[in-house]
Design a binder for this molecule. Structure first.
Ligand SMILES: C[C@@]1(CC(=O)O)c2cc3[nH]c(cc4nc(cc5[nH]c(cc(n2)[C@H]1CCC(=O)O)[C@@](C)(CC(=O)O)[C@@H]5CCC(=O)O)C(CC(=O)O)=C4CCC(=O)O)c(CCC(=O)O)c3CC(=O)O
Ligand SMILES: NC(=O)C1=CN([C@@H]2O[C@H](COP(=O)(O)OP(=O)(O)OC[C@H]3O[C@@H](n4cnc5c(N)ncnc54)[C@H](O)[C@@H]3O)[C@@H](O)[C@H]2O)C=CC1
Length: 212
């Protein structure tokens, strides 16, 4: 089994090809569009939910069976058909053109796999079992959703507003004291309990106390 290397990619400028238009393609396309990819679907048929996502701009549909020239400029390729020989061909073509390819029913033909993703504002956790059990990846993701609630989004948004100020106004060693103090649990707990104004006050007090 491959040792998959996890990265977070900005998909906004990356054309993505999805081959197939069934339930699995739908799941992949939904995640891709959420991450602002430019999606082109090649498939003779689409399930109705996928049809609704076609807008001709961020998500387009080429109504035909796959052939090698469909790879075009796609950097990421997803093969989601139910036909093994088609999936194998897509994988082979993508690899010849040095593109990253995901084949839904065969990890051996993948050069990347898709993790289970949880998000709370700027917190994003991607879970993988390396293909051993996608269901377990989903279950771990659900456990993480219980652990990290909506307070994480507010907490990170608050910390982000201080990043530039801390960088410009505090010397390195005080910056480290500042970040350790504001992330020691109190601020997060205050936000979790609904006391956002107090939380902001604690951060501000801490910052002021460290100014020369
Ligand atoms: C290797 C990988 C390749 C890839 O697709 O990238 C792969 C492969 C396969 N999945 C299969 C089945 C299912 N997969 C799901 C769901 C998800 N599968 C995802 C990822 C991955 N699936 C990659 C590995 C991830 C890892 O482990 O690190 C998730 C995380 C992300 C996503 O797809 O968006 C998403 C959960 C998202 C979430 O809810 O958070 C469900 C539905 C469910 O669980 O509800 C079922 C039906 C139940 C079942 O059959 O298990 C089968 C068997 C097909 C068969 O038997 O015919 C194979 C093929 C095989 O294993 O050989
Ligand atoms: N990785 C995963 O998470 C999972 C993978 N699977 C596997 O994924 C495969 C697809 O599952 P579903 O979407 O449910 O199947 P589906 O049968 O609903 O969809 C397959 C799609 O592929 C299209 N297609 C067929 N031949 C094509 C060709 N030559 N060129 C382009 N498109 C073509 C069909 O028109 C259809 O839209 C199945 O083989 C299944 O075993 C199933 C569940 C989960």
């Amino acid at each position: 089994m491959s040792q998959y290397y996890p990265i977070f990619i900005d998909l906004q400028t990356l054309p993505v090809l999805v081959v197939g238009g069934g339930g699995v393609a739908l799941r992949k396309v939904q995640t891709l569009l959420h991450h602002q990819a430019l999606v082109r679907i090649v498939s003779p048929r689409l399930v109705p939910e996928l049809q609704k996502l076609i807008d001709g701009k961020t998500c387009s549909w080429v109504e035909k069976e796959y052939s090698a020239e469909d790879i075009q400029d796609a950097m990421l390729v997803f093969s989601c058909t139910e036909i093994e020989s088609v999936n194998a061909q897509v994988s082979e073509d993508a690899k010849v053109h040095h593109r990253c390819v995901n084949v839904v029913d065969d990890p051996e033909k993948c050069s990347f796999i898709v993790p289970s993703i949880m998000e709370q504002g700027d917190l994003k956790i991607a879970v993988s079992t390396g293909g051993s059990s996608p269901i377990v990846a989903r279950q771990v993701r659900a456990e993480l959703e219980d652990l990290y609630g909506p307070e994480m989004a507010e907490y990170l948004a608050l910390l982000k507003t201080w990043r530039q100020k801390a960088k410009s106004d505090l010397p390195l060693e005080k910056r480290s004291v500042f970040w350790n103090r504001v992330t020691d649990g109190e601020v997060r707990n205050l936000i979790k309990a609904g006391h956002l104004i107090q939380a902001k006050g604690v951060v501000e007090q801490c910052f002021l106390s460290l100014l020369d």
